[in-house]
Design a protein around this ligand. Structure first.
Ligand code: AMP
Length: 434
């Protein structure tokens, strides 16, 4: 299928072409037509599937014939990084059109954002907290909003944004088009969809699972030896561009310090840093100036960086959702990537929850000198009895061969060489605040 089938404005199609998109992704195929018809929509899709363009393209098309100078669309995003990326994609896709956007997020001065809001940009992409800060002033009026988009709604609720969301909803007109995107549509998210969506079209792209181009590898390792294991892998394997996740900010900072002590080029990103520093770290990683970016889960959602060859879970994520989102940072758009997860005995329960959600066991790679005997693992009693050979096929050990750790998962030379969407030079948009 071609993008031209959607009958989008030629100026918008030029933006699509500049981005290097040749055909719509499945979520775009399914979501663009009903959004163009003005329908409400709930969308469940894997990360990296093109969901941002799936809503931006029809929204820009719908706003094109309307007069400028009024904010008509509000995109709510759980994190600053996602808000920035959505706005960047908007700038690129709407480049040849007069439709303008502004990102509104915390950690940077309010004034440039105020200027954009006063100018009445067509589309605001905001994090809830900063939007509420602006709502205290008379210059922000949300009564003109015609389209509301909740991006990564599950994440927004996980982060405790429900009260903020309800306050924002109370400022919006009752009659509007609503689009909600989420990795899951269960529990609180389901509740939210019932509250805000009217007769929605539902779009589901496969089961929520890690993108298909990812090779997974689980490295059993005692907690104290994780850094040594990482250094060993870095010596044995080509990891041109790795995103390393830790559970806490302190662990991220400490790990980054140790790695820098080994003369590695390392950036770090977590919520303890101000926004300008976070953007700097991301940009250095994007440009390849640092080889590794150590991050907490603040970076796991929505980060759109091409060419990440490895996602390394230095700590096992707390939830299967976080695992899927962390892994989704590699293997973007059908490319290949590797997800390595270091599992200490005390993290085995979290790993089992991930395997249950993914629907199958993930392959173990035991690096001699780093692994631990299974019986030391802190497993529920019921499972211990079942861990004999033949019963837990996923524990079959892969012998490291040659100079490489664990053959496939740590293959050399993967990563870059994947499709990198062409991007226009950034035009100064009135709303690129801070
Ligand atoms: P998203 O799932 O919105 O985070 O998008 C993931 C990546 O896919 C981004 O780099 C987009 O620019 C890219 N993308 C979106 N739509 C397409 C498409 N139709 N063809 C190729 N790449 C796309």
């Amino acid at each position: 299928m071609e993008f031209s089938r959607f009958k989008l404005n030629p100026d918008l199609l030029n933006g699509v072409q500049d981005m290097g998109y040749t055909r719509p992704t499945p979520i775009q195929e399914q979501a663009i037509p009903p959004i163009l018809e003005g329908r409400d929509l709930s969308g469940c899709a894997q990360t990296g599937t093109g969901k941002t363009a799936a809503y931006l393209l029809p929204v820009v098309q719908l706003l094109l014939p309307k007069p400028r100078g009024t904010t008509r669309c509000l995109v709510l995003s759980p994190t600053r990084e996602l808000a920035i990326q959505v706005d960047e994609q908007l700038v690129a896709l709407a480049y040849y059109t007069p439709v303008r956007g502004a990102p509104v997020y915390g950690g940077v001065p309010m004034y440039p954002q105020e200027t954009a809001l006063r100018a009445g940009v067509d589309i605001i992409t905001a994090t809830p907290g900063r939007l509420l800060d602006h709502l205290r002033f008379e210059y922000l009026n949300l009564s003109t909003i015609e389209i509301l988009i909740l991006d990564e709604a599950d994440r927004m609720l996980d982060m405790g944004f429900m009260p903020d969301l309800q306050r924002i909803l109370s400022h919006l007109p009752a009659k509007r088009q609503n689009l909600l995107f989420s990795a899951t549509l269960e529990g609180d998210v389901l509740h939210l969809t019932k509250q805000i969506l009217h007769n929605p079209v539902h779009v589901q792209i496969g089961r929520v699972a890690p993108a298909s181009g990812i090779t997974h590898a689980i490295y059993p390792v005692p907690q104290k030896r994780k850094t040594d294991l990482l250094l060993a892998l870095l010596r044995r394997t080509q990891i041109p561009s790795g995103l390393v996740f830790t559970r806490t900010r302190e662990r991220a900072s400490t790990l980054a310090r140790v790695l820098r002590g080994q003369r590695l080029r390392v950036g770090v990103i977590h919520s303890g840093f101000g926004q300008p520093q976070r953007i700097d770290s991301l940009n250095s990683f994007r440009r390849g100036q640092v080889q590794l970016l150590v991050a907490t889960d603040v970076a796991s959602r929505g980060l759109d960086i091409d060419g990440i060859s490895h996602v390394i879970n230095y700590d096992v994520p707390r939830s299967p959702d976080d695992y899927i989102h962390r892994c989704g940072r590699t293997a973007r758009q059908e490319a290949h990537g590797e997800a390595l997860t270091f599992v200490a005995p005390e993290e085995l329960r979290d790993l089992q929850a991930i395997e249950r959600a993914v629907g199958h066991p993930l392959p173990r790679v035991n690096l001699p000198g780093f692994d631990y005997p299974e019986e030391t693992a802190d497993e529920p009693a019921g499972r211990k009895g079942r861990s004999g050979p033949g019963q837990r096929r996923h524990h079959a050990r892969r012998k490291p061969s040659g100079g490489r750790a664990g053959s496939q998962p740590a293959s050399a030379g993967s990563g870059p060489g994947r499709r990198r969407p062409k991007r226009r030079r950034r035009r100064k948009s009135p709303g690129t605040g801070g």
